[in-house]
Design a protein around this ligand. Structure first.
Ligand code: ARG
Length: 463
């Protein structure tokens, strides 16, 4: 090959090697080595196709495939030498192939460019990540459902504006997150379906003169079909953006839950105790048990949203087709994958092992006249009072209870009658926390009966 010290893979017309700074800015091997497995997978499919289409002979094909096997073994055992001067994973692997099998290695790159190679590898990687992330989401949902099943009847305050609003069940609260993570899975599934077209074979940007069979490589790599336009194919990173967008939304769900856990385990709430395994102590205050894992989940959401923003900005002004800017697509995705999956596992651990203090939840649910809406509803049903008026009457009764320093049930019937004379003792039946919860049986409501339905629905769909 070329005598100078330029890159052996493309340096044919170069007279000097890239400067050290150039190597530093240009090289991606430090991070794209994570694509090694996918690069080998795609090369195997490409090689087999070249043989079937008689573009290379089967003898060379076998040498290439055996060489790739050896490289895979070297990478798995840690003996593979990744080299910065070979820029990226594609050239590192091809260069090693040449060391192992000699000249036939040069045939692997027939009818292929690094532009279609990188997008194929990356798509395969993102697809694997989606599968892994969806599994983690499902495990987290199962952990939520397990706790929800135990706590269908555990009463806690339901909040709006972070002010106790109406009593709910903990099972209901947990199943709310189960819904969110279910939508996350469906978003990842959408992204997977949309991205599952094979880029391999579009070459640099315009297609190839070789009689390749793109359907064969597509099938071999588990794609639904080959991509339709070569220019779009090498310049498209929508699949990575879809991934990052879905990851960002999932991360905000995790973050919201983390925030609630942080509140719930605080001495002010005392709703739960987080497992020792997911908390830390303070080096100065011996009494403390800090919810660091939850805080870090909340913080990592910032990184993940940053990853999405970063790739959006990289892509926004790029003309067709490939530009080296797009090498910057991988780190945000790797980072989002690592952060999200770590967060999902930590959250699952916290949920499965958290200790619930039902008595504290119940006590908190009693504060702030939580039966006021039920009182208004009773006036509507029993006395045929329009809801708006009933609301006003209920508010006045709440005021009276506040003045008397008691809860609604403790307020004398005679006092209630001063506000609305037709009120009778039938009202006492609905002025209890249990009745507030048990009577909210409407579809999707908080009653244990309704929460059990939500749980059954989940179990049926995820058997
Ligand atoms: N390492 C490159 C990347 O990640 C591979 C593609 C290089 N293509 C090129 N025309 N220089 O984007």
């Amino acid at each position: 090959m070329n005598e100078n010290k330029s890159n052996p893979m493309w340096g044919g017309r170069f007279t000097s090697s890239p400067s050290e700074i150039m190597q530093k800015i240009n090289s991606s091997i430090s991070f794209d080595k994570r694509l090694a497995h996918q690069d080998i997978q795609a090369s195997r499919a490409h090689c087999s196709m070249l043989v079937s289409c008689k573009i290379i002979n089967s003898e060379d094909g076998t040498k290439i495939l055996n060489g790739l096997d050896q490289i895979e073994g070297e990478i798995a055992s840690g003996s593979f030498q990744f080299k910065t001067d070979l820029e990226d994973i594609h050239m590192n692997i091809e260069n090693r192939l040449a060391q192992i099998i000699g000249a036939p290695a040069g045939k692997l790159h027939t009818a292929r460019s690094r532009n279609d190679q990188v997008v194929t590898d990356f798509k395969l990687w993102v697809r694997d990540s989606i599968d892994q992330t969806s599994d983690s989401l499902l495990s987290l949902q199962k952990a939520l459902v397990a706790q929800a099943t135990v706590h269908t009847g555990t009463i806690m305050p339901g909040y709006t504006h972070l002010q106790a609003a109406q009593p709910i069940t903990l099972g209901h609260h947990l199943m709310a997150y189960c819904e969110m993570f279910g939508r996350d899975r469906s978003r990842f599934a959408d992204a997977r379906r949309r991205m599952n077209e094979c880029p391999l074979g579009v070459a640099a940007l315009a297609g190839t003169t070789f009689p390749i069979d793109r359907n064969q490589t597509s099938e071999g790599l588990g794609f639904d079909r080959p991509t339709g336009n070569s220019l779009d194919t090498v310049s498209d990173r929508d699949f990575a953006l879809d991934y990052l967008a879905a990851a960002s939304i999932s991360a905000i769900h995790l973050s919201r839950f983390a925030e609630e856990m942080i509140l719930w385990c605080s001495p002010q709430f005392r709703f739960i105790t987080l497992p020792d395994a997911f908390t830390t102590g303070s080096s100065i205050m011996p009494q403390k048990k800090n919810p660091d894992a939850a805080e870090l989940i909340r913080a990592k959401t910032g990184r993940i949203i940053g990853d999405l923003t970063s790739l959006l900005v990289v892509m926004k002004g790029l003309p067709l087709a490939y530009s080296k800017d797009m090498q910057e697509d991988k780190e945000p995705v790797f980072d989002a994958h690592d952060s999200l999956n770590l967060g999902l596992c930590a959250m699952q651990g916290m949920i499965s092992e958290m200790q619930v203090h039902s008595e504290n939840m119940l006590q908190a649910a009693r504060i702030g006249f939580p039966e006021a809406t039920d009182l208004a509803d009773w006036l509507v049903c029993q006395l045929n009072i329009p809801f708006r008026n009933a609301h006003a009457i209920s508010a006045k009764i709440v005021q009276k209870a506040e003045d008397h320093g008691c809860d609604l049930k403790g307020l004398d019937l005679s006092v209630m009658k001063t506000v609305e004379p037709r009120i009778h003792e039938g009202i006492l039946e609905i002025l209890s926390i249990d009745s507030c919860v048990n009577r909210r049986k409407s579809h999707g409501g908080t009653a244990p009966e309704s929460v059990r339905k939500q749980i059954n629905q989940f179990n049926l769909a995820n058997k």
